[in-house]
Unconditional design. Structure first.
Lengths: 336, 239
């Protein structure tokens, strides 16, 4: 097994980018501290500078002014090429090399870094397992054209993780996937993120994706200014300004309910009369409050019965679902 | 078919001992073709192949590096493309005529002319192939830390291969054809038996050598297709 390096912080220090010939900056004095191991989503409308912010980190775009540090080292302290080899990079459409097999794609950076063949082989197999492509032997010698979009994206993530970089940059990695595949790959990536603890900067234009994935969300507004930076719960309950409120949409109250699962709020055995709950629908403990609310609404009931596996955990009323106790909103591991 | 001898001067080789077909100057006499294969046909086939191989190889090297240069320095693409197109538009016979005072009635004259005609095709194929590399692939490669040479050798050139190979195929077929005209300069290649058969109209030599030129073009094209398949295994995979 390869030792996983723990993540390293990323600090934007008044990072500014003005493209040649542009009157206004694409990214305007961004101050942002992404803590080690944290997953931060950069969201915002087109023209908000989120992709620019990401590409500044691996120097695909050069800073006009300000600085970005990975750990306590400025990105300008080393050559762009060396820097990029220490940063995992995954993009929309996966960017896989069509002429390389899956194994060859994943081995790209380790090969450049001069790893020996055995080490690369072990690492490749380990990564394919990690992204859920097993048995490994069936995938190694396939070309990207032989994979579905979701499989390509999984290989793209494995390739980005190959040299065990402390930092990952992901540029709308799931943007081209169909909704069902997208949810599956998001869940897998979250599990991977929890397992390997890479500091991850994740660009998306989809606020729901950000709410689902992020420890903290940075919302950028046109002109490349940071509108708000906080946990999904903070952002949804206290939008900093009208722009953020509008960007979150009129359903932000419901989106907030998507942050909590039914299992987190279900009280112990209640003493409700079984006559009352007889018509209540069943929900799984892993469902979000929002999903459970949908089930309850569809059944025209006053609450739901919560199950985990085959076991009945208890009941939640309609009131429990729409006004959950405050304490459970801040998810584990999230800084407030 | 016929058993009377033709009147007039004998213009047919081996008159008197030959088959009816030869005596009557039939469209294509298989017996004569076979009996003359090793003297009239095979040596020109070989020299034709050599002529084409030299021209396409040299043309490829020049056009390949010109294509790389134009890809790296975009402003050069226009001027190089125009120069190559100009060479391509010259009538082959006129170009031979133009070169003979300098390089004589030599293989060198022929090769210079043939190379000139391959350039624009291969140059464009290299440039189109390199420019056609998808942006997301290039961006991913750069973002992963490939330097410029690694990007070119590991990503851009391999992905440009299908286009480059199709350019070489067209250039090869064209050169097989133009090289028959080289017989006006040197007594070599499949043009030589064709020209001789035209001046003393004997059909079998004319048709045989012409057909060999066509077959040679097909054969070389087929070899390049196989080479291409071997070099680009990812292009034939399916889901």
């Amino acid at each position: 097994m390869t030792q996983h390096s723990t993540g390293t912080s990323i600090t934007f220090d008044r990072a500014t980018k003005t493209y040649p010939g542009a009157a206004a900056p694409a990214l305007d004095a961004l101050d942002l501290e992404v803590e080690a191991g944290e997953l931060v989503c950069l969201v915002g409308p087109s023209g908000g500078g989120k992709t620019t912010a990401l590409q500044l980190v691996n120097r695909l775009v050069d800073l006009t002014s300000g600085d970005i540090r990975i750990g306590d080292r400025s990105i300008s302290d080393q050559s762009a090429i060396e820097l990029r080899r220490t940063i995992g990079y995954a993009i929309q459409q996966s960017g896989l090399f069509p002429h390389y097999t899956v194994a060859h794609n994943i081995a790209t950076v380790p090969t450049i870094l001069g790893w020996d063949k055995e080490r690369i082989r072990t690492r490749t197999a380990e990564l394919l397992e990690l992204v859920g492509l097993s048995p490994v032997e069936t995938w190694l010698s396939r070309y990207p054209a032989q994979l579905s979009g979701g499989q390509q994206q999984r290989v793209g993530i494995a390739r980005a993780l190959a040299a065990d970089p402390p930092v990952m940059l992901m540029d709308e990695p799931f943007g081209a996937l169909d909704p069902i595949t997208r949810v599956a790959v998001q869940d897998e990536f979250l599990a991977i993120h929890r397992a390997v603890g890479k500091t991850t900067l994740f660009v998306t234009h989809d606020i729901d994706e950000a709410i689902k994935m992020a420890d903290r969300i940075a919302i950028l507004k046109p002109g490349g200014k940071l509108a708000q930076f906080g946990t999904p719960s903070e952002v949804l309950s206290n939008p900093a300004d009208d722009f953020v409120a509008e960007f979150l949409g009129s359903e932000r109250g419901l989106k907030r309910l998507a942050l909590t699962t039914v299992g987190e709020i279900v009280p112990g055995r209640s003493d409700r009369a079984s006559a009352e709950t007889a018509q209540w629908p069943d929900v799984e403990a892993t469902m979000t409050l929002r999903e459970a609310l949908s089930v309850v609404s569809a059944a025209r009931a006053e609450g739901a019965i919560v199950h985990k596996g085959g076991n009945r955990l208890g009941e939640v009323s309609l009131h429990d679902l729409i006004a959950p106790p405050v304490a459970v909103e801040d998810r584990e591991g999230v800084r407030t | 078919m016929s058993d009377f001898a033709p009147a007039g001067d004998p213009v047919i080789p081996d008159y008197g001992q030959a088959s009816d077909c030869v005596i009557n100057n039939g469209a294509f006499c298989t017996d004569w073709f076979i009996s003359q294969w090793s003297t009239v046909f095979w040596p020109p086939v070989l020299s034709h192949i050599v002529m084409v191989a030299i021209a396409v190889s040299i043309g490829f090297v020049i056009a390949f590096f010109a294509g790389l240069l134009a890809y790296r320095k975009k402003w050069l693409a226009g001027p190089i493309g125009m120069a190559a197109t100009f060479l391509y538009t010259l009538p082959p016979l006129a170009l031979f005529q133009l070169l003979v005072p300098f390089t004589g009635l030599s293989l060198l004259t022929v090769e210079i002319a043939l190379v000139c005609f391959t350039l624009v095709i291969i140059f464009q194929a290299v440039l189109v192939g390199l420019s056609g590399v998808p942006d997301d692939v290039r961006r991913a490669a750069t973002g992963m830390g490939l330097d410029r040479n690694q990007l070119l050798l590991k990503v851009e050139l391999p992905l440009a291969l299908p286009s480059i190979i199709s350019g070489v195929r067209i250039a090869t077929v064209l050169t097989v054809s133009i090289a028959t005209i080289a017989a006006f300069v040197i007594d070599d290649g499949l043009g030589s038996p064709i020209i001789k058969a035209v001046s003393s109209p004997f059909n079998t030599q004319f048709v045989g050598a012409g057909a060999l030129a066509v077959l040679l073009a097909f054969a070389l094209d087929g070899l390049l297709v196989l080479l291409g398949r071997g070099l680009t295994p990812w292009t034939k995979v399916r889901n």
